[in-house]
Design a protein around this ligand. Structure first.
Ligand SMILES: [Zn+2]
Ligand SMILES: [Zn+2]
Length: 604
Protein backbone atom coordinates (compact mmCIF):
# COMPACT_ATOMS: atom_id res chain seq x y z
CA UNK A 1 0.00 0.00 0.00
CA UNK A 2 2.75 2.43 0.64
CA UNK A 3 4.85 4.27 -1.80
CA UNK A 4 8.52 3.83 -2.31
CA UNK A 5 8.95 7.26 -3.75
CA UNK A 6 11.01 9.37 -1.43
CA UNK A 7 9.12 12.50 -2.26
CA UNK A 8 5.93 11.21 -0.73
CA UNK A 9 5.19 11.40 2.91
CA UNK A 10 2.27 10.14 4.85
CA UNK A 11 0.03 12.39 6.83
CA UNK A 12 0.32 11.64 10.53
CA UNK A 13 -2.60 9.32 10.73
CA UNK A 14 -3.57 6.93 13.49
CA UNK A 15 -0.93 4.37 12.65
CA UNK A 16 1.78 6.90 12.08
CA UNK A 17 1.45 9.23 14.99
CA UNK A 18 4.77 10.59 15.98
CA UNK A 19 6.45 10.37 12.60
CA UNK A 20 8.49 13.47 11.94
CA UNK A 21 7.70 14.77 8.50
CA UNK A 22 10.76 15.66 6.44
CA UNK A 23 10.62 19.31 5.46
CA UNK A 24 11.61 18.88 1.85
CA UNK A 25 8.91 16.41 0.92
CA UNK A 26 6.69 17.45 -1.90
CA UNK A 27 3.61 15.41 -1.40
CA UNK A 28 1.38 13.89 1.15
CA UNK A 29 -0.98 11.00 1.32
CA UNK A 30 -4.12 10.93 3.33
CA UNK A 31 -4.09 7.85 5.58
CA UNK A 32 -3.01 4.86 3.65
CA UNK A 33 -5.44 2.26 4.81
CA UNK A 34 -4.21 2.33 8.34
CA UNK A 35 -7.70 2.81 9.63
CA UNK A 36 -10.25 0.28 10.76
CA UNK A 37 -11.33 -2.01 7.99
CA UNK A 38 -14.67 -3.70 7.73
CA UNK A 39 -17.36 -4.52 5.21
CA UNK A 40 -15.13 -3.29 2.43
CA UNK A 41 -14.95 0.06 4.10
CA UNK A 42 -11.91 1.43 5.87
CA UNK A 43 -12.41 4.08 8.51
CA UNK A 44 -9.97 6.85 7.83
CA UNK A 45 -7.95 8.44 10.59
CA UNK A 46 -8.87 11.76 9.00
CA UNK A 47 -11.83 13.91 9.83
CA UNK A 48 -13.53 16.48 7.66
CA UNK A 49 -14.01 19.53 9.89
CA UNK A 50 -16.84 21.96 9.26
CA UNK A 51 -17.28 25.29 11.02
CA UNK A 52 -20.22 25.90 13.32
CA UNK A 53 -21.42 28.57 10.91
CA UNK A 54 -20.88 26.43 7.81
CA UNK A 55 -23.15 27.50 4.95
CA UNK A 56 -25.54 25.19 3.15
CA UNK A 57 -23.09 24.76 0.26
CA UNK A 58 -20.18 24.06 2.61
CA UNK A 59 -22.19 21.31 4.30
CA UNK A 60 -23.09 19.87 0.93
CA UNK A 61 -19.48 20.12 -0.23
CA UNK A 62 -18.40 18.19 2.88
CA UNK A 63 -20.80 15.40 1.99
CA UNK A 64 -19.57 15.46 -1.62
CA UNK A 65 -15.94 15.33 -0.51
CA UNK A 66 -16.67 12.45 1.80
CA UNK A 67 -18.55 10.63 -0.96
CA UNK A 68 -15.95 11.06 -3.70
CA UNK A 69 -12.95 10.28 -1.48
CA UNK A 70 -14.77 7.09 -0.53
CA UNK A 71 -15.40 6.29 -4.20
CA UNK A 72 -11.70 6.81 -4.88
CA UNK A 73 -10.27 4.77 -2.03
CA UNK A 74 -13.09 2.98 -0.16
CA UNK A 75 -11.96 4.95 2.88
CA UNK A 76 -14.66 6.52 4.97
CA UNK A 77 -13.85 9.94 6.42
CA UNK A 78 -16.33 11.11 9.06
CA UNK A 79 -17.53 14.70 9.00
CA UNK A 80 -17.23 16.54 12.32
CA UNK A 81 -19.36 19.60 12.73
CA UNK A 82 -18.23 22.54 14.78
CA UNK A 83 -15.13 20.80 16.04
CA UNK A 84 -12.17 22.84 14.92
CA UNK A 85 -10.34 21.75 18.07
CA UNK A 86 -10.07 18.17 16.80
CA UNK A 87 -6.45 17.17 17.39
CA UNK A 88 -6.05 14.42 14.77
CA UNK A 89 -5.41 14.85 11.06
CA UNK A 90 -8.06 16.84 9.36
CA UNK A 91 -9.45 18.29 6.17
CA UNK A 92 -10.78 21.68 7.16
CA UNK A 93 -13.60 23.13 5.06
CA UNK A 94 -14.30 26.83 5.40
CA UNK A 95 -12.36 29.74 6.81
CA UNK A 96 -11.56 29.50 10.54
CA UNK A 97 -9.06 30.66 13.16
CA UNK A 98 -6.55 28.01 12.17
CA UNK A 99 -6.57 29.23 8.55
CA UNK A 100 -6.38 32.84 9.73
CA UNK A 101 -3.27 32.04 11.79
CA UNK A 102 -1.63 30.09 9.00
CA UNK A 103 -2.31 32.47 6.12
CA UNK A 104 -2.61 35.81 7.89
CA UNK A 105 -5.44 36.55 5.46
CA UNK A 106 -8.85 37.94 6.39
CA UNK A 107 -12.05 35.98 5.91
CA UNK A 108 -13.26 36.17 2.29
CA UNK A 109 -16.56 37.95 1.70
CA UNK A 110 -19.61 35.67 1.76
CA UNK A 111 -20.14 35.91 -2.00
CA UNK A 112 -16.46 35.73 -2.97
CA UNK A 113 -16.22 32.76 -5.32
CA UNK A 114 -12.45 32.55 -5.24
CA UNK A 115 -10.91 29.81 -3.16
CA UNK A 116 -7.64 28.58 -1.73
CA UNK A 117 -6.63 25.08 -0.73
CA UNK A 118 -3.35 24.03 0.78
CA UNK A 119 -1.67 21.38 2.88
CA UNK A 120 0.16 22.10 6.13
CA UNK A 121 1.29 19.92 9.01
CA UNK A 122 -0.41 16.91 7.53
CA UNK A 123 -3.73 18.72 7.30
CA UNK A 124 -5.67 19.93 4.30
CA UNK A 125 -7.37 23.34 4.29
CA UNK A 126 -10.00 24.36 1.74
CA UNK A 127 -11.74 27.71 2.01
CA UNK A 128 -13.32 30.55 0.07
CA UNK A 129 -16.43 32.71 0.37
CA UNK A 130 -19.09 30.76 2.23
CA UNK A 131 -21.75 31.10 -0.44
CA UNK A 132 -19.90 29.10 -3.12
CA UNK A 133 -16.15 29.67 -2.76
CA UNK A 134 -15.41 26.81 -0.35
CA UNK A 135 -17.65 24.49 -2.38
CA UNK A 136 -15.79 25.32 -5.59
CA UNK A 137 -12.51 24.75 -3.74
CA UNK A 138 -13.63 21.24 -2.83
CA UNK A 139 -14.45 20.36 -6.44
CA UNK A 140 -11.19 21.81 -7.74
CA UNK A 141 -9.28 19.90 -5.07
CA UNK A 142 -10.93 16.68 -6.25
CA UNK A 143 -10.36 17.54 -9.91
CA UNK A 144 -6.77 18.71 -9.65
CA UNK A 145 -5.41 16.40 -6.97
CA UNK A 146 -7.36 13.20 -7.71
CA UNK A 147 -8.35 13.55 -11.36
CA UNK A 148 -12.12 13.52 -10.71
CA UNK A 149 -14.34 14.77 -13.51
CA UNK A 150 -18.07 15.37 -13.71
CA UNK A 151 -18.49 15.25 -17.47
CA UNK A 152 -22.27 15.11 -17.62
CA UNK A 153 -25.00 14.65 -15.02
CA UNK A 154 -24.77 10.91 -15.71
CA UNK A 155 -21.08 10.36 -16.45
CA UNK A 156 -18.29 11.07 -13.98
CA UNK A 157 -14.70 9.92 -13.92
CA UNK A 158 -13.50 8.98 -10.45
CA UNK A 159 -10.05 7.37 -10.62
CA UNK A 160 -9.70 4.64 -8.00
CA UNK A 161 -6.62 4.61 -5.84
CA UNK A 162 -5.50 2.14 -3.20
CA UNK A 163 -4.18 5.10 -1.25
CA UNK A 164 -5.44 8.65 -1.07
CA UNK A 165 -2.18 10.00 -2.34
CA UNK A 166 -1.65 13.46 -3.73
CA UNK A 167 0.91 16.20 -3.94
CA UNK A 168 1.37 18.76 -1.26
CA UNK A 169 -0.44 21.71 -2.61
CA UNK A 170 -1.11 25.39 -2.32
CA UNK A 171 -3.60 26.43 -4.95
CA UNK A 172 -5.72 29.51 -5.54
CA UNK A 173 -8.29 30.36 -8.20
CA UNK A 174 -10.88 33.00 -8.91
CA UNK A 175 -13.65 33.16 -11.52
CA UNK A 176 -12.88 34.75 -14.88
CA UNK A 177 -16.51 35.71 -15.48
CA UNK A 178 -18.80 36.72 -12.64
CA UNK A 179 -22.06 35.16 -13.86
CA UNK A 180 -21.69 31.95 -15.85
CA UNK A 181 -24.88 30.75 -17.45
CA UNK A 182 -24.48 27.61 -19.53
CA UNK A 183 -27.76 27.11 -21.38
CA UNK A 184 -27.29 23.56 -22.55
CA UNK A 185 -30.00 21.11 -21.54
CA UNK A 186 -27.65 19.14 -19.33
CA UNK A 187 -26.32 22.25 -17.58
CA UNK A 188 -29.78 22.79 -16.06
CA UNK A 189 -28.95 19.92 -13.73
CA UNK A 190 -28.27 21.82 -10.49
CA UNK A 191 -25.81 19.27 -9.13
CA UNK A 192 -23.77 19.09 -12.32
CA UNK A 193 -23.78 22.89 -12.53
CA UNK A 194 -22.50 23.29 -8.95
CA UNK A 195 -19.74 20.74 -9.50
CA UNK A 196 -18.67 22.56 -12.66
CA UNK A 197 -18.96 26.06 -11.17
CA UNK A 198 -21.83 27.31 -13.31
CA UNK A 199 -23.67 29.87 -11.19
CA UNK A 200 -26.03 31.58 -13.64
CA UNK A 201 -29.69 30.92 -14.28
CA UNK A 202 -32.43 32.58 -16.25
CA UNK A 203 -36.04 32.13 -15.27
CA UNK A 204 -38.70 32.68 -17.93
CA UNK A 205 -41.58 34.41 -16.28
CA UNK A 206 -45.17 34.06 -17.29
CA UNK A 207 -47.84 36.30 -15.73
CA UNK A 208 -49.96 33.23 -15.04
CA UNK A 209 -47.38 31.94 -12.54
CA UNK A 210 -48.22 32.42 -8.89
CA UNK A 211 -45.59 33.22 -6.29
CA UNK A 212 -46.17 29.91 -4.58
CA UNK A 213 -45.32 28.10 -7.77
CA UNK A 214 -41.84 28.75 -6.48
CA UNK A 215 -38.91 28.95 -8.76
CA UNK A 216 -39.81 25.83 -10.75
CA UNK A 217 -36.43 24.20 -10.61
CA UNK A 218 -34.08 22.60 -8.16
CA UNK A 219 -31.68 25.25 -7.03
CA UNK A 220 -27.99 24.69 -6.53
CA UNK A 221 -26.74 24.28 -2.97
CA UNK A 222 -24.95 27.66 -3.10
CA UNK A 223 -27.82 29.45 -4.86
CA UNK A 224 -27.51 31.11 -8.24
CA UNK A 225 -27.04 34.50 -9.84
CA UNK A 226 -30.41 34.73 -11.45
CA UNK A 227 -31.83 36.74 -14.28
CA UNK A 228 -35.55 37.26 -14.19
CA UNK A 229 -36.94 36.66 -17.68
CA UNK A 230 -36.54 38.30 -21.10
CA UNK A 231 -38.78 39.88 -23.79
CA UNK A 232 -41.08 41.14 -21.05
CA UNK A 233 -42.91 44.03 -22.73
CA UNK A 234 -46.03 42.01 -23.48
CA UNK A 235 -45.90 39.70 -20.49
CA UNK A 236 -45.87 42.87 -18.35
CA UNK A 237 -48.49 44.70 -20.44
CA UNK A 238 -50.57 42.07 -22.25
CA UNK A 239 -52.52 43.52 -25.21
CA UNK A 240 -55.55 41.46 -24.19
CA UNK A 241 -55.65 43.45 -20.96
CA UNK A 242 -55.01 46.96 -22.33
CA UNK A 243 -55.29 47.28 -26.09
CA UNK A 244 -59.08 47.74 -26.40
CA UNK A 245 -59.18 50.65 -23.95
CA UNK A 246 -55.68 52.00 -24.58
CA UNK A 247 -54.37 51.33 -28.07
CA UNK A 248 -52.04 54.32 -27.49
CA UNK A 249 -49.92 52.10 -25.19
CA UNK A 250 -48.73 50.13 -28.23
CA UNK A 251 -46.60 50.88 -31.29
CA UNK A 252 -47.79 53.33 -33.89
CA UNK A 253 -46.94 51.67 -37.18
CA UNK A 254 -47.80 53.34 -40.50
CA UNK A 255 -50.25 55.64 -38.76
CA UNK A 256 -52.04 52.90 -36.83
CA UNK A 257 -51.72 51.69 -33.25
CA UNK A 258 -51.19 47.95 -33.46
CA UNK A 259 -50.33 45.18 -31.05
CA UNK A 260 -49.62 42.23 -33.37
CA UNK A 261 -45.85 41.86 -33.44
CA UNK A 262 -45.49 45.34 -32.01
CA UNK A 263 -43.74 46.92 -29.04
CA UNK A 264 -44.81 49.50 -26.46
CA UNK A 265 -45.09 53.27 -26.90
CA UNK A 266 -42.25 54.09 -24.55
CA UNK A 267 -42.85 57.83 -24.43
CA UNK A 268 -46.32 57.28 -22.98
CA UNK A 269 -46.27 58.17 -19.27
CA UNK A 270 -48.85 55.56 -18.30
CA UNK A 271 -46.75 52.83 -19.90
CA UNK A 272 -43.85 53.83 -17.69
CA UNK A 273 -46.13 53.88 -14.64
CA UNK A 274 -47.61 50.45 -15.32
CA UNK A 275 -44.27 48.79 -16.13
CA UNK A 276 -42.64 50.29 -13.03
CA UNK A 277 -45.50 49.17 -10.80
CA UNK A 278 -45.50 45.64 -12.23
CA UNK A 279 -41.75 45.28 -11.97
CA UNK A 280 -41.96 46.30 -8.31
CA UNK A 281 -44.72 43.74 -7.73
CA UNK A 282 -42.62 41.04 -9.33
CA UNK A 283 -39.52 41.90 -7.32
CA UNK A 284 -41.62 41.60 -4.18
CA UNK A 285 -43.14 38.32 -5.36
CA UNK A 286 -39.85 36.84 -6.61
CA UNK A 287 -37.24 38.55 -4.48
CA UNK A 288 -34.34 36.20 -5.06
CA UNK A 289 -33.32 37.44 -8.49
CA UNK A 290 -30.38 39.70 -9.17
CA UNK A 291 -31.55 41.29 -12.43
CA UNK A 292 -35.15 41.99 -13.53
CA UNK A 293 -35.83 42.31 -17.22
CA UNK A 294 -37.65 45.14 -18.98
CA UNK A 295 -37.07 44.50 -22.65
CA UNK A 296 -38.49 44.44 -26.14
CA UNK A 297 -40.55 41.57 -27.52
CA UNK A 298 -38.72 39.15 -29.77
CA UNK A 299 -39.51 40.98 -33.01
CA UNK A 300 -39.19 44.49 -34.38
CA UNK A 301 -41.76 47.26 -34.92
CA UNK A 302 -40.77 49.93 -32.40
CA UNK A 303 -43.21 52.81 -32.01
CA UNK A 304 -43.09 55.46 -34.75
CA UNK A 305 -45.07 58.17 -32.94
CA UNK A 306 -43.62 61.67 -32.94
CA UNK A 307 -42.80 61.72 -29.24
CA UNK A 308 -40.92 58.40 -29.38
CA UNK A 309 -39.13 59.31 -32.57
CA UNK A 310 -38.03 62.70 -31.17
CA UNK A 311 -36.12 60.83 -28.47
CA UNK A 312 -34.71 58.38 -31.01
CA UNK A 313 -33.58 61.30 -33.15
CA UNK A 314 -31.90 63.00 -30.21
CA UNK A 315 -29.93 59.75 -29.69
CA UNK A 316 -28.44 59.70 -33.16
CA UNK A 317 -31.37 57.82 -34.65
CA UNK A 318 -30.84 54.84 -32.39
CA UNK A 319 -33.82 52.96 -30.94
CA UNK A 320 -31.50 51.93 -28.09
CA UNK A 321 -31.68 55.60 -27.02
CA UNK A 322 -35.37 55.53 -26.13
CA UNK A 323 -34.98 52.05 -24.62
CA UNK A 324 -32.26 53.19 -22.21
CA UNK A 325 -34.18 56.41 -21.53
CA UNK A 326 -37.21 54.33 -20.53
CA UNK A 327 -35.37 51.63 -18.60
CA UNK A 328 -33.28 54.19 -16.70
CA UNK A 329 -36.52 55.66 -15.34
CA UNK A 330 -37.75 52.25 -14.19
CA UNK A 331 -34.36 51.59 -12.57
CA UNK A 332 -34.43 54.92 -10.80
CA UNK A 333 -37.95 54.30 -9.51
CA UNK A 334 -37.12 50.91 -7.96
CA UNK A 335 -33.75 51.89 -6.53
CA UNK A 336 -34.93 53.18 -3.19
CA UNK A 337 -36.94 50.09 -2.30
CA UNK A 338 -34.51 47.62 -3.93
CA UNK A 339 -31.00 49.08 -3.77
CA UNK A 340 -29.31 45.75 -4.50
CA UNK A 341 -31.35 44.87 -7.60
CA UNK A 342 -30.68 45.63 -11.25
CA UNK A 343 -32.98 46.33 -14.16
CA UNK A 344 -31.83 44.53 -17.26
CA UNK A 345 -32.66 45.28 -20.86
CA UNK A 346 -31.63 44.05 -24.29
CA UNK A 347 -29.32 45.51 -26.89
CA UNK A 348 -30.65 43.20 -29.54
CA UNK A 349 -31.41 43.49 -33.24
CA UNK A 350 -32.97 46.96 -33.67
CA UNK A 351 -31.56 48.17 -30.32
CA UNK A 352 -28.07 46.68 -30.72
CA UNK A 353 -26.27 49.88 -31.70
CA UNK A 354 -25.62 52.14 -28.68
CA UNK A 355 -27.28 55.56 -28.22
CA UNK A 356 -25.43 58.77 -28.91
CA UNK A 357 -25.89 60.65 -25.64
CA UNK A 358 -27.75 58.85 -22.90
CA UNK A 359 -25.89 56.43 -20.58
CA UNK A 360 -27.30 53.40 -18.77
CA UNK A 361 -27.70 54.07 -15.04
CA UNK A 362 -25.49 52.28 -12.55
CA UNK A 363 -28.33 49.84 -11.70
CA UNK A 364 -29.09 49.02 -15.35
CA UNK A 365 -27.60 45.96 -17.00
CA UNK A 366 -27.44 45.96 -20.80
CA UNK A 367 -27.71 42.48 -22.21
CA UNK A 368 -26.01 42.57 -25.60
CA UNK A 369 -26.70 39.85 -28.17
CA UNK A 370 -24.39 38.98 -31.10
CA UNK A 371 -27.18 37.08 -32.88
CA UNK A 372 -26.05 38.29 -36.34
CA UNK A 373 -22.41 37.31 -35.81
CA UNK A 374 -20.31 34.92 -37.88
CA UNK A 375 -19.32 32.05 -35.59
CA UNK A 376 -16.88 30.43 -37.97
CA UNK A 377 -14.40 33.11 -36.96
CA UNK A 378 -13.78 34.92 -33.69
CA UNK A 379 -15.72 38.13 -33.21
CA UNK A 380 -12.56 40.22 -33.33
CA UNK A 381 -11.17 38.48 -36.43
CA UNK A 382 -13.97 38.33 -39.01
CA UNK A 383 -14.81 41.35 -41.19
CA UNK A 384 -18.48 40.32 -40.91
CA UNK A 385 -18.30 40.97 -37.19
CA UNK A 386 -16.85 44.44 -37.34
CA UNK A 387 -20.14 46.23 -36.72
CA UNK A 388 -20.84 44.03 -33.72
CA UNK A 389 -17.37 44.68 -32.31
CA UNK A 390 -17.92 48.43 -32.74
CA UNK A 391 -21.22 48.17 -30.86
CA UNK A 392 -19.68 46.01 -28.13
CA UNK A 393 -16.81 48.38 -27.55
CA UNK A 394 -19.06 51.43 -27.52
CA UNK A 395 -21.52 49.82 -25.10
CA UNK A 396 -18.59 48.82 -22.90
CA UNK A 397 -17.33 52.39 -22.89
CA UNK A 398 -20.67 53.91 -21.88
CA UNK A 399 -22.13 51.24 -19.57
CA UNK A 400 -21.30 50.38 -15.98
CA UNK A 401 -21.44 46.70 -16.96
CA UNK A 402 -22.66 44.43 -19.73
CA UNK A 403 -24.23 41.02 -19.83
CA UNK A 404 -23.78 38.94 -22.96
CA UNK A 405 -26.41 36.69 -24.47
CA UNK A 406 -24.31 34.53 -26.76
CA UNK A 407 -25.31 31.73 -29.15
CA UNK A 408 -23.37 28.51 -29.62
CA UNK A 409 -25.62 26.25 -31.68
CA UNK A 410 -27.37 26.25 -35.02
CA UNK A 411 -30.88 27.42 -34.08
CA UNK A 412 -32.42 25.87 -37.17
CA UNK A 413 -30.60 22.52 -37.01
CA UNK A 414 -29.49 21.63 -33.49
CA UNK A 415 -28.18 18.20 -34.49
CA UNK A 416 -26.29 19.14 -37.64
CA UNK A 417 -22.48 19.68 -37.60
CA UNK A 418 -21.62 23.17 -36.34
CA UNK A 419 -17.86 23.58 -36.13
CA UNK A 420 -17.58 26.58 -33.80
CA UNK A 421 -15.31 25.25 -31.04
CA UNK A 422 -12.42 27.44 -32.07
CA UNK A 423 -14.30 30.68 -31.55
CA UNK A 424 -15.67 29.92 -28.09
CA UNK A 425 -12.59 30.82 -26.07
CA UNK A 426 -11.67 33.88 -28.06
CA UNK A 427 -15.22 35.24 -27.85
CA UNK A 428 -15.52 34.66 -24.11
CA UNK A 429 -12.26 36.57 -23.65
CA UNK A 430 -13.57 39.38 -25.85
CA UNK A 431 -16.73 39.64 -23.72
CA UNK A 432 -14.76 39.52 -20.49
CA UNK A 433 -12.42 42.26 -21.73
CA UNK A 434 -15.45 44.42 -22.52
CA UNK A 435 -17.03 44.62 -19.07
CA UNK A 436 -19.23 41.51 -19.24
CA UNK A 437 -20.35 40.68 -15.71
CA UNK A 438 -22.28 37.74 -17.10
CA UNK A 439 -22.29 35.49 -20.14
CA UNK A 440 -25.15 33.26 -21.13
CA UNK A 441 -24.37 30.66 -23.78
CA UNK A 442 -27.66 29.78 -25.44
CA UNK A 443 -27.66 26.25 -26.75
CA UNK A 444 -30.15 23.42 -27.17
CA UNK A 445 -32.06 23.72 -23.91
CA UNK A 446 -35.30 21.87 -24.57
CA UNK A 447 -33.88 18.36 -24.83
CA UNK A 448 -30.55 16.69 -25.14
CA UNK A 449 -28.88 15.55 -28.31
CA UNK A 450 -27.55 18.70 -29.94
CA UNK A 451 -24.37 18.42 -31.96
CA UNK A 452 -21.46 17.55 -29.60
CA UNK A 453 -23.72 18.64 -26.75
CA UNK A 454 -21.94 16.91 -23.88
CA UNK A 455 -18.49 17.99 -25.05
CA UNK A 456 -19.41 21.59 -25.74
CA UNK A 457 -21.38 21.92 -22.51
CA UNK A 458 -18.37 20.67 -20.54
CA UNK A 459 -15.80 22.77 -22.39
CA UNK A 460 -17.97 25.90 -22.05
CA UNK A 461 -18.07 25.36 -18.29
CA UNK A 462 -14.28 25.27 -18.23
CA UNK A 463 -14.01 28.39 -20.40
CA UNK A 464 -16.57 30.42 -18.48
CA UNK A 465 -14.84 29.69 -15.18
CA UNK A 466 -11.39 30.33 -16.61
CA UNK A 467 -11.27 31.97 -20.04
CA UNK A 468 -7.50 31.43 -20.01
CA UNK A 469 -7.69 27.66 -19.54
CA UNK A 470 -6.14 25.27 -22.04
CA UNK A 471 -9.16 24.48 -24.20
CA UNK A 472 -7.38 21.83 -26.23
CA UNK A 473 -6.57 20.01 -23.03
CA UNK A 474 -10.20 20.19 -21.89
CA UNK A 475 -11.39 18.86 -25.29
CA UNK A 476 -8.92 15.97 -25.24
CA UNK A 477 -9.56 15.21 -21.59
CA UNK A 478 -13.24 14.84 -22.35
CA UNK A 479 -12.98 13.01 -25.67
CA UNK A 480 -10.44 10.38 -24.63
CA UNK A 481 -12.23 9.69 -21.39
CA UNK A 482 -15.92 9.97 -22.24
CA UNK A 483 -15.62 8.01 -25.49
CA UNK A 484 -13.07 5.51 -24.18
CA UNK A 485 -11.27 3.60 -26.92
CA UNK A 486 -13.44 5.30 -29.53
CA UNK A 487 -11.97 8.62 -28.41
CA UNK A 488 -9.27 8.67 -31.06
CA UNK A 489 -11.89 8.40 -33.80
CA UNK A 490 -14.10 11.04 -32.20
CA UNK A 491 -11.04 13.29 -32.13
CA UNK A 492 -10.45 12.47 -35.80
CA UNK A 493 -14.01 13.48 -36.59
CA UNK A 494 -13.69 16.62 -34.43
CA UNK A 495 -10.68 17.68 -36.54
CA UNK A 496 -12.41 16.71 -39.77
CA UNK A 497 -15.51 18.77 -39.07
CA UNK A 498 -13.43 21.78 -37.99
CA UNK A 499 -11.38 21.54 -41.18
CA UNK A 500 -14.55 22.68 -42.99
CA UNK A 501 -13.97 26.18 -41.67
CA UNK A 502 -11.90 28.22 -44.11
CA UNK A 503 -11.10 31.94 -44.08
CA UNK A 504 -14.05 32.55 -46.41
CA UNK A 505 -16.50 30.14 -44.71
CA UNK A 506 -18.81 32.34 -42.71
CA UNK A 507 -21.28 30.59 -40.48
CA UNK A 508 -24.31 32.03 -38.70
CA UNK A 509 -26.94 31.09 -36.23
CA UNK A 510 -29.08 29.41 -38.87
CA UNK A 511 -28.00 27.50 -41.92
CA UNK A 512 -29.05 24.38 -43.70
CA UNK A 513 -27.57 21.11 -44.87
CA UNK A 514 -27.34 22.55 -48.37
CA UNK A 515 -24.75 25.09 -47.19
CA UNK A 516 -21.67 25.10 -49.41
CA UNK A 517 -19.56 24.21 -46.39
CA UNK A 518 -20.81 20.61 -46.59
CA UNK A 519 -20.00 18.10 -49.33
CA UNK A 520 -20.91 14.48 -49.93
CA UNK A 521 -17.25 13.68 -49.54
CA UNK A 522 -17.29 15.14 -46.02
CA UNK A 523 -20.39 13.10 -45.16
CA UNK A 524 -18.86 9.86 -46.45
CA UNK A 525 -15.52 10.38 -44.74
CA UNK A 526 -17.27 11.19 -41.48
CA UNK A 527 -19.46 8.10 -41.73
CA UNK A 528 -16.33 5.98 -42.20
CA UNK A 529 -14.73 7.49 -39.08
CA UNK A 530 -17.85 6.71 -37.08
CA UNK A 531 -17.85 3.11 -38.33
CA UNK A 532 -14.41 2.78 -36.74
CA UNK A 533 -15.52 4.52 -33.57
CA UNK A 534 -18.52 2.22 -33.18
CA UNK A 535 -16.42 -0.86 -33.86
CA UNK A 536 -14.01 -0.20 -30.99
CA UNK A 537 -16.48 1.21 -28.43
CA UNK A 538 -15.68 -0.32 -25.05
CA UNK A 539 -19.22 -1.26 -24.04
CA UNK A 540 -22.88 -0.48 -24.55
CA UNK A 541 -22.75 2.80 -22.63
CA UNK A 542 -19.81 4.13 -24.61
CA UNK A 543 -21.39 2.92 -27.84
CA UNK A 544 -24.52 4.92 -26.98
CA UNK A 545 -22.38 8.06 -26.51
CA UNK A 546 -20.63 7.48 -29.81
CA UNK A 547 -23.93 6.94 -31.59
CA UNK A 548 -25.50 10.09 -30.17
CA UNK A 549 -22.51 11.99 -31.61
CA UNK A 550 -22.82 10.06 -34.88
CA UNK A 551 -26.43 11.30 -35.12
CA UNK A 552 -25.01 14.61 -36.27
CA UNK A 553 -23.73 13.11 -39.52
CA UNK A 554 -26.76 10.85 -39.97
CA UNK A 555 -28.94 13.92 -39.67
CA UNK A 556 -26.85 15.85 -42.18
CA UNK A 557 -27.10 13.01 -44.66
CA UNK A 558 -30.87 12.71 -44.15
CA UNK A 559 -31.31 16.42 -44.84
CA UNK A 560 -29.04 16.33 -47.90
CA UNK A 561 -30.28 13.08 -49.38
CA UNK A 562 -33.66 12.25 -47.84
CA UNK A 563 -34.72 9.56 -50.30
CA UNK A 564 -31.39 7.73 -50.22
CA UNK A 565 -31.27 8.01 -46.42
CA UNK A 566 -34.76 6.59 -46.15
CA UNK A 567 -33.80 3.65 -48.31
CA UNK A 568 -30.32 2.81 -47.04
CA UNK A 569 -31.13 2.67 -43.32
CA UNK A 570 -29.56 6.04 -42.36
CA UNK A 571 -32.91 7.54 -41.42
CA UNK A 572 -34.06 4.48 -39.46
CA UNK A 573 -30.81 4.45 -37.49
CA UNK A 574 -31.07 8.16 -36.69
CA UNK A 575 -34.64 7.83 -35.44
CA UNK A 576 -33.73 4.85 -33.28
CA UNK A 577 -30.91 6.86 -31.67
CA UNK A 578 -32.96 9.97 -30.98
CA UNK A 579 -35.85 7.92 -29.60
CA UNK A 580 -33.56 5.96 -27.33
CA UNK A 581 -31.81 9.10 -26.09
CA UNK A 582 -34.93 11.23 -25.65
CA UNK A 583 -34.07 13.87 -28.24
CA UNK A 584 -37.34 15.70 -28.89
CA UNK A 585 -36.30 19.15 -30.18
CA UNK A 586 -34.33 19.42 -33.40
CA UNK A 587 -34.34 23.23 -33.51
CA UNK A 588 -34.99 26.33 -31.41
CA UNK A 589 -38.45 26.52 -32.94
CA UNK A 590 -40.41 24.70 -35.55
CA UNK A 591 -38.53 21.49 -36.13
CA UNK A 592 -39.41 18.71 -33.74
CA UNK A 593 -38.73 15.03 -34.19
CA UNK A 594 -42.20 14.63 -35.69
CA UNK A 595 -41.85 17.40 -38.26
CA UNK A 596 -38.43 16.10 -39.27
CA UNK A 597 -39.89 12.62 -39.77
CA UNK A 598 -42.68 14.06 -41.87
CA UNK A 599 -40.12 15.83 -44.05
CA UNK A 600 -38.06 12.70 -44.67
CA UNK A 601 -41.02 10.38 -45.14
CA UNK A 602 -42.71 12.62 -47.67
CA UNK A 603 -39.55 13.44 -49.65
CA UNK A 604 -39.38 12.22 -53.23
ZN1 LIG B 1 -44.62 56.12 -29.17
ZN1 LIG C 1 -16.57 34.89 -40.57
Amino acid sequence: MSTTRKDFIRLAGMGFAGIVLPKKDLSVSVTAGQGIEGAGKKLSTYRIILNGNASESEKWAAAELQHWLFEISREYIPVYNQDASYQGSKIVLGYNEDIKNRTGLPEPAFDDESYHYFTADGNVYIYGGRQRGTMYGVFSFLENEFGCRWYTPQVSLIPEKPVLLFNQCDHKEKPGVQVRNNFYFEAFDATWAARNKMNGRMFLWNPKYKPNDGIFYKEQPGGEETYWSVHTFFPLMPPEEFYDRHPEYYSLINGKRIYERAQLCLSNKDVLKIITQRIKENIRKYPKFLIYDVSQNDWRNPCQCDKCQAIVKREGGQESGIMIWFVNQVAEAIEKEFPDKYIGTLAYQYTRTPPKNIRPRHNVVVRLCPIEACVAHPLNKCPENKSFMDDLETWASISPHLYIWDYVVNFARYIMPYPNFYVLQSNIKTFRDNKAIGIMEQANHQSRGGEFEELKCYVLAKLLWNPECDMEEAVNDFIYSYYGRAGRYIREYFDLVHSLVKPDTHMHIRFDATDKMFTDDFVNRSLAVFENARRVADNKEVLARVELTWASILYLKCRRQPVLSRNDGTYRKLISIVEKEGVTHFAEYRETKESFMQFIESAN
